[in-house]
Write a protein that binds this ligand. Structure first.
Ligand code: SF4
Length: 684
């Protein structure tokens, strides 16, 4: 090629769960420009700032390029692959021989490909014979999987992103889409411009609220009471879809009896939303069809996270807004492949394709394919239990795949204590992170653009990720790393590429993916379920009210408050989330210069009323502290924050909200209550 000529490679964005399709404009191995793929699902050419400018990290000088082994003095030395892999295999063998297979555990990676997550859970389940496999869906959307599984029978988003532009009503609750899923939010705004009504419910008046017909500024953690009050009005005013409920749902009378205890007055008392607004929302929902409900982590990251998910499912079933175009319950997944990592069985309670290890036929099918007698047929530990297990020594060996738990889990001081107590910790990663520093062995991995593979976005769309360059130094694809460890346990895994793993294993073992083959993934990918190679994939789940579980289950739910509520000592509620310019713990966006310039530090957003009362000016340093820790951050004073609320993110080490957050967990899934804990603030 001449010096000014570029080639174009289509791939999938490495950041959020929207899964935008990108064209990488390449000059040799260098990306010189990124554009959106026009006409493509799901983004139709649109990109946010992260997708367009967040790629520098793959070229960073800080990339890990050789295996590292920790020495007695705590420093790392370089090692050969053989030495590092032998050490990992021998340590895990010794732990398993002495303490049994349940003394080891693995945490897979929602940033990496489906094929890598599949291999990781296979390593833990088949080779180590341990049930202890989990990944970071635990800290975000695990309640979505459990809640929607209970209500509908399938734990995935029911409809698709581009439908947002075509519906008549959008009900957005607990989702700051403009910053966390920017391209998805553009389709919501298109919908509003096309005449759809928009209802936004959130403790913060974030940007999307500016487009709303009704904005309900709820108190943190009041969702079940608020939604029950809406359903109370729908039933009392005869505004629900009686035919749909009669034909396609069960348990209506039980739900009705429960929501009758939540008249709008009680809804107002708990949620802070005026009863008139609750009634107005219910009447709009009852009369404008079709309607799509969209939510994010404002719903899931609570001690009642699974209840919240079931509650939004109750509402959409009551309205008959399921199984049709431009309707549904639409959770927006955070990480690029958190849907995929769940689908791949990197969860302690299901095998790939959500198949049950307690079903003897399924267990035998996987055991035969993986060359073992059986797969552990019990639920494994969840991440928080693994961490505590490091402390109490029930977990002796932990294998981390690309996860920065130290920064991302609640109560950083506690997580660091757990990590420091680990008998043997191995981490595959692309950078040295706050977490890999605790590892005994670090294995350098190939990154996005350095191997083939697939991601699955939040609308269940399986899309290709393409290789444009070799990994730096001796870094290797994760599937290769897991295969070499398996080999040292005497397991010969046949597949030698991501394509072989998908086509020869996943498509064969999982009915939902049976029709998905690499040769079909060149364009817009395929939405599962896709049971055969002549099947086009599934845009809408539960078509015509035929739920996966048979009838949709209406579940009565009582409201419960957050685990930690404000008191005299800690009078503010801290709620947390992400900001537009950075992604999670910044391992990637932190190496993208332009993005660092746009958001160079962590902030605490506080209300103008509290700031005025306490004499805090915008941009001044404040101290924020909870029962677990204390941080100094810059205050951002905003009229978008309700009095009594402090809002922070977890992108930077300094000022990370997780020094403060509470390790109280959703009762079903052990998802931490990142959205609510009690703090105090003072001017520095
Ligand atoms: Fe990437 Fe999400 Fe931005 Fe799309 S919206 S470009 S997937 S970060």
């Amino acid at each position: 090629a001449r010096s000014w000529e570029t080639t174009k490679v289509r791939t999938t964005c490495p950041y959020c769960g929207v899964g935008c399709q990108l064209n990488l404009h390449m000059k040799g191995e260098e990306i010189v420009k990124v554009t959106g793929v026009e006409g493509a699902q799901p983004n139709d050419g649109r990109l946010c700032v992260k997708g367009r400018f967040g790629y520098d990290f793959i070229y960073s000088d800080e990339r890990l390029t050789t295996p590292l082994i920790k020495q007695a003095d705590g420093t790392f030395r370089e090692a050969s692959w053989d030495e590092a892999l032998d050490l990992v295999a021998n340590k895990f063998k010794a732990i398993i021989a002495k303490y049994g297979p349940e003394a080891v555990a693995g945490v897979s990676c929602a940033r990496s490909t489906n094929e890598n997550s599949y291999q990781m859970q296979k390593l833990v389940r088949a080779v180590f014979q341990s049930p202890n496999i989990d990944h970071c869906a635990r800290v975000c959307h695990a309640p979505t999987v459990s809640g929607l599984m209970k209500s509908f029978g399938t734990g995935g988003m029911t409809n698709s992103i581009q439908e947002f532009a075509n519906t008549k009503l959008l009900f957005c609750i607990g989702t700051n889409m403009t910053e966390a899923h920017p391209v998805a939010s553009t389709f919501v705004k298109n919908g509003a411009r096309n005449g759809a009504k928009l209802i936004v419910c959130d403790p913060r008046r974030h940007r999307l609220a500016d487009y709303a017909d009704i904005f309900a500024q709820m108190k943190v953690g009041s969702d079940v009471a608020f939604l029950n009050a809406i359903m109370n009005v729908l039933i009392n005013e005869d505004l629900y879809d009686k035919e749909f409920v009669r034909d396609h749902c069960e348990n209506f009378e039980e739900l009705k009896a429960c929501v009758m205890k939540y008249p709008p007055e009680r809804g107002e008392e708990i949620s802070g939303v005026p009863k008139e607004t609750i009634i107005e929302i219910a009447r709009m929902l009852g009369t404008v069809k079709p309607a799509m409900l969209i939510y994010t982590l404002g719903i899931t990251e609570h001690t009642c996270g699974t209840d919240n998910v079931i509650s939004v499912a109750n509402l959409q079933m009551l309205l008959g807004n399921i199984g049709k175009e431009n309707t549904g319950v639409n959770p927006l997944r955070g990480q690029n492949n958190v849907q995929g990592a769940c689908d791949m069985g990197a969860l302690p309670n299901v095998l790939p394709g959500y198949q049950s290890f307690t079903d003897p036929a399924v267990n035998a099918k996987f055991a035969k394919a993986w060359g073992v007698d059986s797969i552990p047929a019990k639920n494994g530990l969840m991440i928080a239990q693994m961490l505590d297990g490091l402390l109490d020594k029930t977990i002796r060996g932990l294998f981390l795949f690309g996860e920065n738990l130290v920064q991302a889990e609640p109560d950083i001081a506690h997580v660091e204590k757990c990590m420091a107590a680990a008998e043997f910790l191995v981490s595959t990663d692309i950078f040295m992170t706050e977490t890999t520093r605790f590892a005994h062995v670090i294995l350098p991995a190939a990154s996005w653009c350095e191997d083939e593979g697939t991601y699955t976005n939040c609308e269940r769309r399986i899309s290709r990720v393409r290789k444009i360059k070799n990994a730096p130094g001796e870094a290797k694809p994760d599937w290769w790393i897991f295969k070499q460890i398996a080999k040292r346990f005497g397991h010969e895994w046949a597949s030698n590429s991501a394509r072989e793993i998908w086509d020869n294993e996943l498509a064969v073992l999982c009915p939902s993916f049976a029709g998905v083959k690499y040769y079909r993934l060149d364009g817009d990918g395929i939405q599962w379920p896709c049971p055969s190679e002549d099947h086009p994939g599934t845009q809408i789940l539960h078509k015509d009210g035929n739920f996966t579980r048979g009838k949709g289950l209406l579940v009565p739910l009582e409201w419960t408050p957050p685990a930690e509520v404000p008191d005299a000592e800690y009078p503010f509620v801290l709620s947390t989330g992400r900001r537009l310019y950075h992604y999670h713990t910044r391992t990637q966006t932190g190496r993208a210069k332009g993005l660092n310039d746009l958001l160079p530090e962590e902030y605490a957003d506080i209300s103008d009323i509290d700031a005025g009362r306490m004499g805090i000016a915008d941009g001044e340093k404040i101290r924020v502290w909870s029962r677990r820790g204390s941080v100094e951050v810059t205050a951002r004073v905003s009229e978008r924050i309700q009095p009594g609320l402090v809002w922070m993110a977890f992108h930077y080490r300094e000022g990370n909200a997780n020094w403060l957050t509470n390790k109280a967990y959703d009762r079903v899934t052990m998802t931490p209550e990142y959205k609510a804990c009690a703090v105090n603030i003072s001017k520095l």
